[in-house]
Every structure is written in structure tokens, then in C-alpha cells.
Design a protein around this ligand. Structure first.
Ligand code: NDP
Length: 249
């Protein structure tokens, strides 16, 4: 039986990919899930395997409950019960004022960023909780500083979906604290990844960096370090906590 098994949703690119590589370096057996970019996810697996680690990639849309259930069943079969979950998969849509947003857009963003994290957490708890015969574990949710700043630069829907993740982190951490499971979150600021291009702003990090006290965007690996610390034994008495990785923003 493997000691440390981690699932990173959206682990093929950006913050998820950096987390997958670092987790493998720290001795985890790694499962990365992806929605559409199969090649990117398999490249992460190849990278880990080349360095002697063990990894797999599984296609699963976190907005689909059936996909998530299948993802966890695949993980059970290949690697055994997971010990760590990183709820990282997330989307950002093009900038828009609230007065112009329709319900379909809101449904999309909440389904991936909000419901996806809830359903993955549920599946993880069913396997980790001592109440269900599990051996405990740790969950890290990837929120955003937008959850507390509100993203008034026309991403209010995104900020609201991340605030849902914050409430999940606080409430769930208390619900499962006595069952051997810790639940924490990171709140990245502006990080150099592709997500800004999907928001319609490819050069956004460099444009907004002057508003960051440290005057630069962050690297995905800097977020990954905080995630791995929260998952580690060094954080054994830390639950319901948030680490901002935002250059002081
Ligand atoms: P990227 O766009 O680089 O990566 C997003 C990842 O999420 C991809 O692997 C993508 O899969 C996956 N994904 C998106 N939707 C789904 C879905 N429905 N089901 C499964 N996987 C999905 O973004 P980042 O690395 O920047 O983002 C990672 C997390 O960090 C997100 O939650 C984001 O909100 C958060 N964040 C990022 C910040 C930043 O400045 N970059 C700031 C604050 C928070 P695929 O490759 O298949 O498309």
C-alpha cells in the first residue's frame, strides 16, 4: 500500500502542474486530473516518471458529478485510497460587469469552481475519514485573494465562486476535524499562468503588478510550496486556515 497518494484536480497546467511535480519530489504518488488538455496532463506524468516517481492522468470534468465519482474509483483501483486532495481546477471567464452576466455564465463558473470542489471534497472524505474506516488525510482548496477583495475589475462572479470555496474550507474543516482530516486553503494573487488568457487578458500579470506590494506576479511553484506545506506533517495542527500567496496584496 502506498503511503502518500495525492489527487490534484486540474493538475496538467499552471499551479496544478507545479504542485504535481513538487508533490512527486516529496514522495507522493500523484494523480492529476484534467478536463480537455490531455497532452499537458500526460507531459506532467511523463516528467514525474522520468524522475523515478509514480503518476497517472485521468480525464474528468469536475463540474460533472459522474466524472468525479469515476475519477475517484479509478484512483482507488490504481493507487489505493488517497491521503491528500488539492481542489485546484478553476476557470475564469472574460471580464464583464455584473449587470451583463447571464445565469448560464454563473452556472458554469460556480459548477467548476464551487460545486466541483464540494463534490471532490465529499469523495475524498468518504475515503479518508476515520468515521468511514479511513486513515485520515488533508485537503487544500485553491481559493483566490479575489474572495476577499471582490475582484471589482469585472470578475465579481469569479470572486463569489472563490468565496464559496472559503466557506467550504472553514465549515468543512470543523466538520471533519475530529475524523483525522485537515482542510485548509491557499489564496493566490496574480500568478503567471494561462488563466489570464482565458479571462481575455493574456498580459494581465504584468499590467497589474504595480498594484502588488512586491511589484511582481507570482510563480506557480511559489503557490505549490504553500500547498505542499499545508498538506505536510509540519502543518499537523493547522486546519481551517488560509495562506495568501500574493506578494503582499
Ligand atoms: P490554468 O488555466 O493554468 O489551469 C487551470 C487548470 O484547471 C487546467 O489544468 C484545467 O484543465 C483545469 N480545469 C478547468 N476547468 C476544469 C473542469 N471543469 N474540470 C477539470 N479541470 C478543469 O490556471 P491556474 O493554474 O492559474 O489556476 C489554478 C487555480 O488557481 C484555479 O482554481 C484558479 O482560480 C486559481 N487561481 C489562480 C490565480 C492566477 O493568477 N493564476 C490567482 C488566484 C487563484 P485543462 O488543462 O484540461 O483545461
Amino acid at each position: 500500500m502506498r503511503d502518500k497518494v495525492i489527487l490534484i484536480t486540474g493538475g496538467g497546467r499552471g499551479i496544478g502542474a507545479a504542485t504535481a511535480v513538487l508533490a512527486a519530489e516529496q514522495g507522493y504518488t500523484v494523480c492529476v486530473s484534467y478536463r480537455q488538455n490531455r497532452d499537458a496532463a500526460h507531459a506532467v506524468v511523463g516528467d514525474i516518471e522520468q524522475r523515478g516517481g509514480e503518476a497517472m492522468a485521468v480525464a474528468a470534468d469536475v463540474a460533472s458529478e459522474a466524472d468525479v465519482v469515476r475519477l475517484f474509483e479509478t484512483l482507488d483501483r490504481r493507487f489505493g485510497p488517497l491521503t491528500a486532495l488539492v481542489n485546484n481546477a478553476g476557470i475564469l471567464e472574460r471580464q464583464m460587469r455584473v449587470e451583463d452576466m447571464d445565469a448560464a455564465r454563473l452556472a458554469r463558473i460556480f459548477a467548476t469552481n464551487g460545486t466541483g470542489s464540494f463534490v471532490c471534497a465529499r469523495e475524498a472524505i468518504r475515503r479518508m475519514s476515520t468515521r468511514h474506516g479511513g486513515k485520515g488525510g488533508a485537503i487544500v482548496n485553491v481559493s483566490s485573494v479575489a474572495a476577499r477583495l471582490g475582484a471589482p475589475d469585472e470578475y465579481v462572479d469569479y470572486a463569489a465562486s472563490k468565496a464559496a470555496i472559503d466557506a467550504l474550507t472553514i465549515g468543512l474543516s470543523k466538520e471533519v476535524a475530529a475524523e483525522g482530516i485537515r482542510v485548509n486553503a491557499v489564496r493566490p494573487g496574480v500568478i503567471h499562468t494561462d488563466i489570464h488568457a482565458s479571462g481575455g487578458e493574456p498580459g494581465r500579470v504584468d499590467r497589474v503588478k504595480d498594484a502588488v506590494p512586491m511589484k511582481r506576479g507570482g510563480q506557480a511553484a511559489e503557490v505549490a510550496n504553500a500547498i505542499l506545506w499545508l498538506l505536510s506533517e509540519q502543518a499537523s495542527y493547522t486546519t481551517g486556515a488560509f495562506i495568501d500567496v500574493a506578494g503582499g496584496r
